[in-house]
Design a binder for this molecule. Structure first.
Ligand code: HEM
Length: 415
């Protein structure tokens, strides 16, 4: 069943010029020339399977338009035999398929998002600042003075997972499982997934599902002071919703912010003048983080589907048509950002990027991600002002999530 599901999905995407353009290793390595080529083809480019845009205004308006819903494979544009297969062999609760809030429309989306949103407001996130600081200091203390390290494994990946695990009430000892599962499930966000990657992801979702059954049972008996315990106690979500929410918060909580920290280091190291400015005035770190989010986004695309026939840009988009929004492309739209292909921490409107999306699905963890990255980067460069690359950073083999798996650095003497 799994195999036929995959083959049909793959065949639907394989012939799509967008899938070809964005599914290649070269495009993953450096997506930006491909995005510019797409921009040259027009504001909205129809292809046989999906429509695509890298236009800022159009992307933003689609994300905020209630005539568009989330994109899932079980939608009217998917051939009926494939929809039957999907319904017959659904993956266990996972972060990227219903009932995860990321992939459902109102009213269920509103109910589920509301059940957890209080924990992610800027004020609630402000209360986590001391904890982020102490995790950061602990990790920096453990780095070898004047030695080398892989900055992803020993630093960038550790901060977000420590914080989100604590928020959700998972024991420290289980973090390694989540890191492993996250690695295997993240490719589900990409187009034209290989059969092997799909199978690996499906197996990881099964393991996560079984783990969560046990964890939720324990929380029912002994609730703690964490987000999942309060969800279990409130009883507003059924078991599948609860597990999908847990996997989404966990996955989104660490799979993206690690990329933000890594991408920032890679962008800043070759720009010593901008780094110097940050060392002289650490108050500039939040705006530097915004420029990294704009220039090299940890999440590159999202998608929507038309819920009815929609006239757009002089064309009719039929109900069920999927439209892929290149968030990274919107962030480099010259109509919105001056000299968009240059990285400049002093850019006045960087924070208008679409990296956290827009509309009802706007990233729930944006304040948390911003705060974690700001602390992580500021503390890193304060402690190791001579930090430099010790080898070629290695990108993760993903397209939607964009960041490094390995980032070898010489730390230099401690400040
Ligand atoms: C949704 C990006 C960090 C939780 C989203 C979306 C994007 C995004 C683009 C919306 C996708 C869409 O509209 O289809 C990012 C980036 C991050 C980040 C770039 C880091 C730099 C986090 C963190 C959390 C989080 C730390 C914390 C748990 C969520 C949740 C949603 C979401 C729950 C779903 C919201 C909804 O559907 O209503 N994120 N995210 N994210 N993000 Fe983040």
């Amino acid at each position: 069943q799994g195999s036929s599901r995959f083959l049909m999905r793959y065949q639907a995407l394989r012939g799509d010029p967008f899938g070809k353009l964005f599914g290649t290793a070269a495009a993953r390595h450096n997506p930006y020339p491909h995005i510019e080529a797409l921009r040259q083809r027009g504001r909205l480019v129809p292809t046989p399977v999906t429509w695509v845009t890298a236009d800022y205004e159009l992307s933003r308006s689609i994300l905020r338009d209630t005539r568009f819903g989330v994109f899932i494979l079980d939608n009217p544009s998917t051939p009926e035999p494939l929809r039957r297969v999907i319904r017959k062999a659904p993956l266990p609760a996972n972060p990227v398929e219903p009932p995860s809030m990321l992939t459902i429309d109102p009213p269920d989306h509103t109910r589920i998002r509301k059940s957890v949103s209080a924990a992610f407001t800027p004020r609630a996130v402000g209360r986590l600042r001391d904890r982020v600081e102490s995790v950061t200091v602990e990790l920096l203390d453990a780095l070898p003075s004047n030695g080398s390290a892989d900055l992803i494994a020993s630093y960038a990946a550790q901060i977000p997972i420590a914080i989100i695990s604590e928020m959700l009430g998972f024991p420290d000892s289980d973090r390694e499982h989540f890191l492993r599962w996250g690695d295997k499930v993240s490719p589900l966000l990409d187009l034209g997934l290989s059969w092997g990657a799909w199978r690996t992801a499906a197996m990881a979702t099964q393991q996560m599902d079984r783990y969560l059954d046990g964890h939720i049972d324990r929380l029912r008996r002994e609730p703690g002071d964490d987000i999942l315990s309060s969800l279990v106690t409130a009883g507003n979500l059924d078991d599948r919703e609860l597990k999908a929410t847990a996997t989404l918060l966990m996955g989104a909580g660490f799979e993206t912010t690690v990329n933000l920290i890594g991408n920032a280091v890679v962008q800043l190291l070759p720009r010593p003048r901008q780094l110097e400015q940050l060392v002289d005035d650490p108050e500039l770190w939040p705006q530097a983080v915004e420029e990294v989010l704009r220039f090299d986004p940890p999440v590159q695309t999202t998608a929507r589907q038309a819920l009815c026939d929609i006239d757009i840009d002089g064309r009719t988009m039929r109900r069920g048509t999927a439209v892929v929004l290149s968030l990274a492309g919107a962030n480099r739209d010259p109509k919105m950002f001056d000299d968009p292909n240059s990285f400049d921490i002093n850019r006045p409107n960087a924070q208008q990027h679409l990296t956290f999306s827009s509309g009802i699905h706007t990233c729930l963890g944006a304040s948390l991600a911003r705060m974690e990255a700001t602390y992580a980067l500021r503390s890193l460069f304060e402690r190791f002002p001579d930090l430099r690359l010790a080898g070629t950073p290695e990108l993760r083999p993903l397209f939607t999530l964009h960041g490094y798996s390995h980032l070898p650095v010489h730390l230099g003497p401690r400040a």
